[in-house]
Design a protein around this ligand. Sequence first.
Ligand code: SER
Length: 598
Amino acid sequence: MRNLTSSELRKLYLEFFRSKGHAIISSASLIPENDPTVLFTTAGMHPLVPYLMGQKHPEGRRLADVQKCVRTGDIDEVGDASHCTFFEMLGNWSLGDYFKKEAIAYAWEFLTSEQWLGIPKEKLSFTCFEGDKDAPRDTVAHDRWVEMGVDPSHIVYLPKKHNWWGPAGQTGPCGPDTEIFYDTGKAPCGPDCQAGCDCGKYLEIWNNVFMEYNKVADGVFLPLDQKNVDTGMGLDRTVATLQGVESIYDTDAFAGILSVITNLSGKHYKDSPETVRAFRIIADHIRCATFMLGDQRGVTPSNVDQGYILRRLIRRSIRFATQLGIPDGKLSDIAVAVIDQYGSVYPELEENRDKIVSELDKEQQRFTNALKKGTREFESLVSKMEGTQISGPDAFHLYDTFGFPVEFTVELAAEKGLTVDMDGFKAAFEAHQEKSHAGAEQRFKSGLQDNSETTVALHTATHLLQAGLRKVLNDDSVSQKGSNITPERLRFDFSFPRKVTPEELQKVEEFVNEAIAADIPVTCEEMTVSEAKAAGAIGLFESRYGAKVTVYTVPGYSKEICAGPHVTHTGELGRFKIKKEEASSAGVRRIKAVLIHE
Ligand code: SER
């Protein structure tokens, strides 16, 4: 088996799929566009949903990529060997091109051939969908693995819970998957231990999803016209496997980051179980925070949405940095190590180096102030309470509202001869976590863009709004920072240093309504990134220079790189009305607007 670094694996994977006729596409932003159902890009398939649903991709029907992803459902689990918030997913995609047979042959060749990863065949196990009332047992995948030379005793059939990818409670494309596991060599946990068991013996390294159904209602699965392949291989995990180390934090990707933490703290990663946990939490959280701050659609810390998650990550890192004895204000040194590690693959990190450092410094200062406020709240709470125990809900209130770590509450309480009801705190914490988990889960499962008529119309209105803002504010630096569309309204965040005046807003409305009144046909063209730039298109130039992108134009009004979809004529929009303009975060304004059909 080859011992590869993470950058070698990234390169090799893309090289393999390029040799199989795949176009290499760039990672999309971590912040989904026009999708109100998720905060972050949670899987490689996420930015490709419109294409999985049948829209034509400008780069063709065979694609491969490395996608930045964030999953935040398990933030509090980070610190063990496997949980992390940020990760990179290697993926190969067939948009109605090849299907199970080729996908499985590619996966097998890449994993086992000496020319590629050279993993010994006997170390691999596979799971396939066992079948149920909705879809048959996936014997095609099973038999194909056997044809490749897999011993049938290394293949197991499992139910939908394990081997199905797609919108659970919702509608949309979905299908059975086949998952590939590496046997770590640990002793089995019991007689039933097999691929799919989560005891740690079998490590899932690659998931191949066969999107062959469209779920149209509960229990109603119709065959899709376009059968797709969606695969996801965790980069860090696979590197850990190839390097023979016990956790992703022991791979080369983290070496530079951990050594900066050592320099700052004077402690070593493996000194004790506490240092292992603290080092991992800081390394994971600062890596994730650096990618969020340095994203094409950069996030800044705030109390809502993506900004809130970012804030939580930074504040949790500060807590563990304090525990390790790292002096105040040093997190940005760790972020610099992240930029050094990843900057050549993700140039946006280099471009945003100063911003990343300054935002981290500012957030640390804010947290110090919040701690002061939290201490005051603690004092007032104690002065009012009866008995000698701080209740669980009160301790949780300090944690949730002031970002006040419960350990601080316990320490302060002890100084006053008081205790904290930790069971009550845990109960309040878990109840909250369940709620946010349910939210995250729901958001994720319904993670398909809504293509209803009203949403599509609001999407076109968003383009006109951005064009109007740029014209009226006479400022080319007005650029999109976020877009969120529900069937009821659009919400658009953009960079601008001050409040937009009512007069200016009125002019923007007039600009958009003029374009609507003219009932202009909306055109869509494919061109290269450089052609799009030359044509004056705005939007994220996140693809590599020669790559093809789709450009939507409302002639005379707007030209933007975008995946669509849009209305065919602006007249379909109705009347455009801005409902609200407000600050979203420092230097970013937010507009909410609706379309009225009279
Ligand atoms: N969508 C699947 C996953 O995220 C495969 O890419 O695991």
